[in-house]
Design a protein around this ligand. Structure first.
Ligand code: FMN
Length: 141
C-alpha cells in the first residue's frame, strides 16, 4: 500500500467509540465503523494490514518502542498519538491498548480504543514529539 502524502490539515475526533484489534504482531484483525470513518480505509483495506498504516511521520519511533515494550509485558499502554489518514489529513487521539490474554495468561493480541485528547495538552506533546523525532533523525544520519 502506498503511503499517503501528509497534509497539514486536521480532522477532529468526536469521541465516539473508535476500536481496532490486532494479533500479537500488530496486524489488524478488527476495526469498527468509527475507525473506517476516521482513517479513511475501508474494512477490507484495513484488515490484514500492519497497524502502522496509520503512522504519521511526526510520531517518534521511541514512543512506539515504549508502547510495544509495555503491551508485550502484559500491561496497558495509553498515550497521545497523531495518526495519518488515507487522505493525508491527520487526527490526534489518546490511544489505550489492552493486551488480550488466554486462559494460560498468554498474550493472544491487543485491543485499542481511543479517547479525545485535551487540546492544550496536544501542543505540549507536539513539542516533545518534535524534539524526539529530531534527535532520532540525528542518530540515523
Ligand atoms: C492494538 C494496536 C493499535 C495500534 N494503533 C496505532 C495507531 O492508531 N497509530 C499508529 O501509528 N500506530 C498504532 N499502533 C502501533 C503500530 O503497530 C506501529 O508499531 C507504529 O505505527 C510504528 O510503526 P513501526 O513499528 O513500523 O515503526 C498500534 C498497535 C497496536 C498493537
Amino acid at each position: 500500500m502506498t503511503r499517503p502524502e501528509p497534509l497539514d490539515k486536521e480532522v477532529l475526533f468526536d469521541g465516539r467509540s473508535l476500536i481496532s484489534e490486532t494479533d500479537t504482531q500488530g496486524i489488524i484483525i478488527f476495526v469498527n465503523r468509527k475507525f473506517v470513518e476516521m482513517s479513511g480505509y475501508t474494512k477490507d483495506e484495513a484488515l490484514g494490514q500492519p497497524h502502522n498504516i496509520l503512522r504519521h511521520p511526526d510520531m517518534p519511533k521511541t514512543a512506539f518502542e515504549q508502547m510495544w515494550k509495555t503491551i508485550q509485558s502484559g500491561k496497558i499502554w495509553e498515550g497521545y498519538v497523531k495518526n495519518l489518514r488515507k487522505d493525508g489529513k491527520f487526527y490526534w487521539v489518546i490511544v489505550n491498548i489492552v493486551p488480550k490474554l488466554d486462559d494460560n495468561g498468554t498474550i493472544t493480541g491487543y485491543i485499542a480504543s481511543r479517547k479525545v485528547p485535551k487540546r492544550e495538552q496536544i501542543q505540549a506533546v507536539e513539542q516533545s514529539y518534535a524534539k524526539m523525532v529530531s534527535a532520532e533523525t540525528k542518530i540515523i544520519h
